[in-house]
Design a protein around this ligand. Sequence first.
Ligand SMILES: Nc1nc2c(c(=O)[nH]1)N[C@H]1C(S)=C(S)[C@@H](COP(=O)(O)O)O[C@H]1N2
Ligand SMILES: [Mo]
Length: 420
Amino acid sequence: MTSSSIQNRRQFLKTAALSGVIAGSYSLPVIAGIDKFELTDSLPDSMKTPGQDFTNYGQPSLHEQRVIRWISANPAAPGNGVSWTPLHDLQGTITPNGLHYERHHNGVPEIDPQTHTLLIDGLVEHPLSFNIANLLRYPMKSRTCFIECGGNSNSGWRSNPIQSQAGYAHGLVSNAEWTGIPLKLLLNEAGIKPSAKWAIAEGADGASLNVSIPIEKLLDDALLALYQNGERLRPENGYPIRLVLPGWEGILNVKWLRQLRLSEHPAMTRDETSQYTDLLPDGKARQFSFINDAKSLITSPSLGMQLPDNPGIYQISGLAWSGRGKISRVEISADGGETWVDAELEGPILDKAFTRFHLAWQWQGQYAILQSRATDETGYVQPTRDVLLANRGKHGFFHYNAIVSWEITEEGDINHVYGF
Ligand SMILES: Nc1nc2c(c(=O)[nH]1)N[C@H]1C(S)=C(S)[C@@H](COP(=O)(O)O)O[C@H]1N2
Ligand SMILES: [Mo]
């Protein structure tokens, strides 16, 4: 992005008629695309024959087959990569299980729940081994929260804005209702020795992924999840058991969990030193960036969509989330950040979970730059890209949470641009 093109855009926004005009939240479209309809008494074909038979496990409509996770994996090692949640095609706040994003370091293991075990050992009074049948007898709790990969949105570090759909650039985050056993029940049963400060968690996959987690988080709100949106976990999301650490970055939510070894110090494993660390401007690397900072994203309208050529009222809608607690505010700008208006937050607003926001917008065919900015209950405000780069340098790779800007052209096309 050259400074002169930014200058041109600024000029354009200033002179564009009605830029930034935002109507009240409850405004309705004057004409929602239906110009005229014919009154008819003929029945639709679907009413003339019996419908399809029952199915044992339901699938999305045949007309929705394009709503998919988009896979980007290493061709030389196809089990190492990601698949992205199509956030731009979804509404509400719960991610359907078949569309929960995936991040595997070495593929999805096939695990038999009859033989899988979880070992809790190390600095405990009584090392314990559980099988799944034992675990299913414990009291369970449900909670809704997001899980976000530390690498989500990392294309934002590139010098040019990538032209990918919202979910295919920011969809390494999903939100589900997880049901399982509060981990503190099992840790207390094992008896934590006073010297234990960390637990090294290991998954039963071919990546033998292991990470170090502070004991306080495990005793706070960590869940040993067995269910995901009401059904048993999907294989790709950790079947038969995974750790869920609400608000803490994806890598710590160890899937296919087989061991928790309590220790005095972190293990400094490959997965927490070579990756998921942040190189700062002073040349030092920040490690253990556990918490996902507040973030928001307009999912509609967004890149890949087109505003129809009849001007009028359009609904802006998107998602906000924070690893520190509840979302307290989301503001929208239609003029690239010059002026802001509060969006309506759809309740109930849950702790460390997706919050859907809405705002009606009057688009009269003018050039605009749409942005959303989240604030969480701790007062943390989502930064602009300039501020993020000033604090974190230009060579980051993980933990990118800057404001996202969608450019709306006078033709109603939508592009990704970097904000001012
Ligand atoms: N055992 C194991 N756990 C794992 C991973 C893995 O490859 N193996 N990937 C981690 C990373 S980096 C992320 S972002 C999340 C992804 O969880 P999901 O695939 O259910 O979305 O799982 C974490 N847990
Ligand atoms: Mo991740």
